[in-house]
Design a protein around this ligand. Structure first.
Ligand SMILES: C[S@@+](CC[C@H](N)C(=O)[O-])C[C@H]1O[C@@H](n2cnc3c(N)ncnc32)[C@H](O)[C@@H]1O
Length: 227
């Protein structure tokens, strides 16, 4: 199910270098843009928020700084050791929380670790603990991500928008689905660029992906749940 991704993020060395290897240099631009995107979908002030697969807590910390009451959950103790926000170790498919304990749930850079057969179970488990909505992102197969996807040791699944829309339309607990394709230049390229080049590439990417939805590598999703 999540085996490869789970195992990978339990390596101490991987957890300790997670932020440094991705979000320095050109990767800083990426981190900033992902947070800006999240904030356009989530108003954190005074909301109870669950961050599934919180990892080192990038997004949990960010939403806490905007007055959200955030709790993180992650399967990896090693990743959680790098995290300063209140968090617990646990499995995304078996959340240790009461029904409707959170206003909003987010899960960033996690959906691609999820096996296709488990997508519906995962969304239903999120819905069980969430009152309002679920925000996450998926990675799209028709994108430049395909250039390096095969080389990723942690494993990664790319899901088309039509496949996900179909899965979500089968779930009666979802009342509204919105999705926003972004990032023509995929994440992996930014982290290898110096900051100034990363900024220029990002500027161009933001302009192009404003009008051009095809070839976007990252798709942000908002699922609103029935009351
Ligand atoms: C790419 S990291 C994302 C971390 C963070 N959300 C971010 O965007 O920086 C993926 C995370 O998913 C966690 N993970 C993998 N399988 C999991 C599972 N079944 N339940 C909870 N967390 C899981 C890993 O431990 C890892 O921290």
């Amino acid at each position: 199910m999540f085996k490869t991704g789970q195992k990978w993020y339990r390596e101490e060395e991987i957890a300790e270098s997670y932020d440094e290897s991705r979000f320095t240099g050109g990767g800083k631009v990426l981190d900033f843009r992902e947070k800006k995107m999240l904030l356009s979908l989530v108003d954190p002030k005074d909301k109870k928020i669950l961050d599934i697969a919180t990892g080192t807590g990038r997004f949990a910390e960010f939403l806490s700084s905007k007055e959200g009451q955030v709790i993180g959950l992650d399967a990896s103790r090693e990743m959680l050791m790098q995290n300063e926000v209140e968090s617990i170790q646990g499995d995304a498919l078996n959340l240790p929380f009461k029904a409707k304990a959170f206003d909003i749930t987010i899960s960033m850079r996690f959906f691609h670790l999820l096996d296709q057969k488990k997508i519906k179970d995962f969304v239903l488990e999120v819905e069980r603990v969430t009152k309002d909505k679920f925000v996450f992102e998926s990675l799209h197969p028709l994108s430049l991500r395909i250039l390096y996807q095969w080389a990723l040791p942690q494993g990664s699944s790319l899901y088309s928008n039509s496949l996900l829309k179909k899965k979500f339309s089968d779930l009666a607990v979802i009342k509204e689905v919105n999705f926003y394709p972004k990032f023509i230049i995929p994440y992996g390229f930014y982290q290898s660029l110096p900051l100034d080049i990363g900024e220029k590439v990002n500027e161009l990417d933001e302009k192009i992906s404003e009008n051009q939805k095809l070839l976007a590598s990252t798709v942000y999703w908002e699922l609103y749940f029935e009351d």
